[in-house]
Every structure is written in C-alpha cells, then in structure tokens.
Write a new protein. Structure first.
Length: 112
C-alpha cells in the first residue's frame, strides 16, 4: 500500500494507491484504472479498510466492527453482499479482494 501526500494550492490531499486502485480520501472518490467509480458509503469505507490492511486476513466480525460499528446487530452476511458489489465495480481487478474459506477476506494486489 502506498500513501501519498500531495500539496496543491496550500491544501493537502491524501491518496491510497495500490495497483490499479486509487482512493482520494479527502474527496471520498475511488478510481480504477484512472476512471472514477461510484461507491456507496459502506463500499468506500470497506475498500479503505482493506487497503489500510493490505495482505492481512480480516474476519467478518472485524470488518463489521470497523466499518459498521460496534453496535451493529444485523446479519454478518452483509459483509459478503458489499464485497460482491465491490468486486463487480472493480471489474477486471475484482481479484484484489480475496476470500479465505471459513475465515474472511483480504486485499492483495498481484498485478504481474
């Protein structure tokens, strides 16, 4: 994961970048191959969480606590639904989000 700080006209912009994915955390915008994709707030939060924890396996409880909050009392399969939506939006880069059967998910860029 690369975190890039850039000064523009006296303002600091922060980006998370990995592979073809770039997130402008100041403007809450996500780019895949330079093209902006529209994400829901939860999709955005989950993607940021994944990129901040690249190559670390995160179980559903960890994801729910961090992205939905400690007081979330819904179905833990909500995570699976959001990940399915994110993979669709990532297109050919959907393999950045990997499943670990019986455990959870992790984010890894392997652009060879």
């Amino acid at each position: 994961m690369i975190v890039l700080l850039k000064r523009t006209n006296g303002q600091t912009k922060q980006y998370l970048e990995s592979g073809a994915l770039k997130i402008d955390t100041m403007l809450h915008r996500v780019y895949v191959d330079g093209e902006e994709i529209v994400t829901t707030p939860k999709e955005y939060d989950l993607l940021v969480y994944f990129m901040q924890n690249e190559e670390i396996v995160l179980n559903r409880d960890m994801i729910l606590d961090r992205v939905w909050g400690m007081d979330y009392f819904g179905d833990f399969r909500t995570v699976d639904t959001i990940i399915k939506q994110l993979r669709k939006k990532l297109g050919e880069h959907s393999d950045y989000i990997k499943s670990v059967y019986g455990v959870g998910y992790f984010f890894e860029v392997n652009d060879d």
